[in-house]
Design a protein around this ligand. Structure first.
Ligand code: FES
Ligand SMILES: [Fe+2]
Length: 342
């Protein structure tokens, strides 16, 4: 573990929970992939039955590296080790060797996976316990495909998640106005929700812009998986933003921003005359515009996240109590905390 990370945050860089591994469309059947994920070197692939396997890249036989750039390969849906040719199926089990069936039981160190809404997630726990909660079925509802982007930044998932309860930075950093909380944080085990409304001006200049009054719900299923769902009811506009924060090692995270949208119901309520635009083109165009706004908004946080110090005793004001409540919620995700989910 990186000692800079230990010095910077008074908690583990790897909270218990679900984390983004990859987007479904980027994991093709018959191809082997690797990446650095929560301080581990991973391999992952999809077999011919569409089952995804996410595993450590170390062969349990004699420790060879199974990554594709170190000689690991896929043959007939099985992962083949470059050292003695043992073959592993998508459950991680060694099912054959060049000399025939394995003479003893061997398994890759695999991670529980969940594929939903176009994203592959894997479960991480320091003691390798099985998942203690699920993430929702993001496949439900008529949502568009995801558009996405990512950035590697020096921070911690707790810091990026804290943004979702920090309403007072929204006007100052992002330029929103009339930000109003719709009630206290709702916490139920690993699920935290925060509801608020805000006004957002969109356009190239103050004169040439539309003013949107939106209500938003931030939902977190642990510190690695959050959604922000802005809604503008009168236009029938429903957007889902994913904020997926996956530690790479002890000091860096991969911060993934993704967005999908439902087809807009009343475009004229957004901008008069918009319903003249053909529906398909309009929805694709709006998704692109809103995604660029989301990406720009989040990028305003990056520099602050990278350079801020985590204060154990922040001097928050009375209207910032949700930050304190959020930090209490976070304790369940650290194995050494008395409130841990273990
Ligand atoms: S080290 Fe992988 S088969 Fe021997
Ligand atoms: Fe922010």
């Amino acid at each position: 573990m990186n000692s800079a990370a230990i010095d910077r945050f008074p908690f583990s860089p790897f909270p218990i929970g679900w984390y983004w591994v990859e987007f479904s469309e980027n994991v093709k059947s018959g191809k082997l992939y690797s990446k650095q994920w929560l301080g581990q070197s991973l391999v992952y692939w999809r077999d011919s039955n569409n089952k995804v396997c996410v595993a450590d890249s170390t062969c349990p036989h004699l420790g060879a590296n199974l990554s594709p750039n170190r000689g690991g390969s896929l043959r007939d849906g099985l992962l083949v080790c470059p050292f003695h040719g043992y073959c592993y199926d998508a459950s991680g089990l060694c099912v054959k060797t060049p000399a025939g069936p394995p003479t003893h039981k061997l398994s890759l160190n695999t991670y529980s996976t969940r594929e939903t809404g176009g994203v592959i997630y894997a479960w991480w726990h320091p003691e390798e316990s099985s998942p203690q909660w699920d993430i929702p079925d993001f496949d439900e509802g008529n949502w568009s495909n995801l558009v996405y982007d990512s950035r590697v930044i020096h921070t911690h998932p707790q810091e990026t998640a804290e943004n979702g309860v920090d309403l007072t930075h929204l006007p100052y950093v992002h330029g929103y106005s009339q930000v109003e909380s719709l009630g206290p944080l709702e916490v139920e085990g690993p699920l935290l929700q925060n509801r608020f409304t805000l006004t957002r001006r969109l356009g190239p200049s103050n004169k040439l812009c539309v003013t949107l009054r939106v209500s938003a719900v931030v939902s977190m299923w642990g510190l690695g998986v959050s959604t922000i769902e802005p809604t503008m009811e009168e236009a029938g506009l429903y957007i889902r933003q994913l904020a997926l924060c996956t530690p790479i090692d002890g000091s860096r995270v991969n911060f993934v921003m993704a967005m999908q949208m439902k087809d807009i119901e009343s475009p004229n309520a957004l901008v008069p005359g918009l319903s003249m635009v053909p529906k398909r083109a309009l929805n694709a165009w709006l998704l692109r515009i809103f995604f660029n706004v989301y990406r720009k908004d989040i990028s305003q946080d990056f520099e602050i996240w990278e350079n801020k110090k985590y204060l154990i005793y922040p001097r928050v004001g009375p209207d910032e109590r949700p930050i304190v409540r959020f930090r209490r919620y976070c304790q369940q995700f650290y194995a050494d905390s008395p409130e841990s989910v273990t």
